[in-house]
Design a protein around this ligand. Structure first.
Ligand code: NAP
Length: 296
């Protein structure tokens, strides 16, 4: 079922993940709650897959709402009573609430988050016609949905498991055939091309997006910056203290490049707006993440 059912104002907020202690969300969400003078706590909760269903039932009784992170996004999607159209398109939930009837509603604000990150890194008056997407998991699905807002002609997808890339492209193409009835599809659709070699994905791309975890825990680069076109813009969905090695290497080559921190903050801001119907103070959220990288 797809719905846009409104939440009851939550009395508490939780982030469900496993592990979850490393998450920055409690820091910037609590700052936004304080700035809005809302007497609500946002806490991270480590929940094993086996306990997820019981925890959601408990949260329903306590009138909580919240976010979902690795590895529960698809599992919570399956447990929801209803989904927003965006969550249904992505097939994963990162934001949930209980509606007036107590039904569990799943939404996905990673799309809004990555959309804001793409806009910011592109700057004004720049349109990506050719996009290279590295990875074919849940965040790659969010990227494809976000890209519908731009006049993209071609998306080259390169993923470790080719079958996953094919399935992602097939889902995006199927959604395209839904035509103008989908309000999420204002722009003409891109061609999706699956490639096996990174060089084939990136050498002509205007925008290169890393949607793999490469660089999260090691200094490995998802793709050698020397393979990128000199005009390419780069977005790494991965973030880590001091930026990712790939973003640093791309900047050293003179490319516009940002990591995933803005996506993180913007998906959080979009979730806040869903729960409370008001926009959070983004300055308070960024201040909670001091020091701000590159003037954000
Ligand atoms: P996912 O569903 O597990 O998908 C990961 C993709 O990367 C899959 O295609 C996977 O291939 C591929 N991959 C994994 N390890 C790889 C490796 N060593 N070499 C090549 N490909 C590899 O994960 P996701 O939810 O899409 O998230 C991906 C990353 O995006 C996360 O690690 C996180 O850092 C980042 N992210 C950031 C935000 C944000 O707010 N900034 C939000 C969500 C995600 P296989 O199918 O072969 O495993």
């Amino acid at each position: 079922m797809r719905t846009e059912r409104a939440p009851r104002a939550p009395g508490e907020l939780v982030l469900l993940g496993h592990p979850v202690s490393h998450s920055l969300s409690p820091r910037f969400q609590q700052a936004a709650l304080t700035a809005a003078q809302l007497d609500v706590q946002y806490v991270a909760r480590d929940v094993s897959p086996a306990d997820l269903s019981a925890v959601l039932r408990e949260l329903a009784r306590r009138n909580a709402a919240g976010n979902v992170t690795i590895p529960h996004k698809e599992a919570v999607f399956a447990l929801c009573d209803a989904h927003t159209e965006v969550a249904a398109r992505v097939g994963a939930v990162n934001t949930f609430w209980f509606d007036q009837r107590g039904s569990l509603v799943g939404h996905n604000t990673d799309v809004a988050g990555v959309s804001a990150a793409i806009s910011a890194v592109l700057g004004t008056n720049v349109f990506p016609h050719r996009v290279a997407l590295l990875g074919a998991g849940g965040s790659a699905a969010s990227v494809l949905l976000a890209l519908e807002a731009w006049p993209v002609a071609e998306v080259r997808i390169c993923a470790r498991t080719r079958l996953r890339a094919e399935s992602l492209a097939a889902r995006a193409t199927l959604a395209a055939s839904a035509g103008p009835t989908s309000r999420l599809s204002p722009a003409p659709r891109a061609n999706f091309i699956i490639v096996d070699h990174l060089g084939d994905a990136v050498h002509h791309a205007d925008l290169v997006i890393n949607a793999t975890p490469i660089g999260l825990t090691s200094d490995e680069l998802p793709v050698d910056p020397a393979l990128l076109a000199p005009h390419a813009t780069v977005l790494d969905l991965v973030y880590r203290p001091g930026e990712t090695p790939w973003i640093r290497a791309c900047r050293e080559r003179g490319l516009r490049a940002e990591d995933g921190l803005r996506m993180l903050v913007e998906q959080g801001a979009a979730a806040f707006e869903c729960w409370f119907g008001i926009a959070p103070e983004r300055n308070a959220m960024w201040d909670a993440l001091e020091p701000r990288p590159y003037g954000r």
